[in-house]
Design a protein around this ligand. Sequence first.
Ligand code: HPA
Length: 275
Amino acid sequence: MPSMHTQNVECARDIILGKIGAHHPKVAVILGSGLGGLSDRLKYPVSIPYRELPGFPAMTVAGHRGEVVAGNLNGVEVITLRGRTHFYETDNAYPLKTMIRTMKAIGVETLFLSNAAGSLRPEIKTGELMMITDHINYMGFHPLVGPNDDIFGPRFPPMGDAWDPALAKKLKEAAQQQGIPLHEGVYVAFRGPSFETPAEIRMAQKMGGDAVGMSSVPDCIIARHCGLKVVGCSCITNMGAGLSDEKLSHEHTLENAKRGADNFEKLVAAFVTRL
Ligand code: HPA
């Protein structure tokens, strides 16, 4: 008897495949805070609210709409996920697992992760993009804790190439071609929901981090576990706490994400043609 989670994935897969018809996306993009505009760039869009998909996240945070939009970006079939679970909202990883494993079940091979993040380096400035080359899970949380769902992946998935080097190369080439500055670095995930203290930011710098945020790491782990390749970038919305005198807030994050959103959308559009 398949678990409720497995049934949700199969049911969501059938609903999505039934609705997106001729689209056969091989790449899915999870859109971070303030970066949802990419789904408005899709041609021939088909959108499905998460509430119609069993087990998908219920959205609670402003800036996250909660819908799947499939369509054509620059001649390439893509599927975008607007909104995701954050682990400052819940301990339950199943909504995020359902969303990502459903992407695998519909035939997606590559997951593009995006987020809003704080910079840990003076040369990585607000409004700029940073390709994620690796991560540090500092959330005190792991999405695969609990019985392993063997049908999706192994108990002990390796993370040596969590952020795929070949895809990273393609993302860099896309940025160069578009003339978009693209930093590279390690993303440190804190659980939130508070922003970090200046002391925590100094610790994150010493640990080897280049940007901090509250997402994407669980997504990456779930995706690698079920065999999806992962690539992604952060849109820098602020300097980490104590590195400048700006006051951090969610509104500030959303406002500043707009400064990077245009380059982000161009970058993803150029990237998908290289897959
Ligand atoms: N810290 C954590 N998450 C964030 C930040 C930050 O400075 N900026 C945007 N998301």
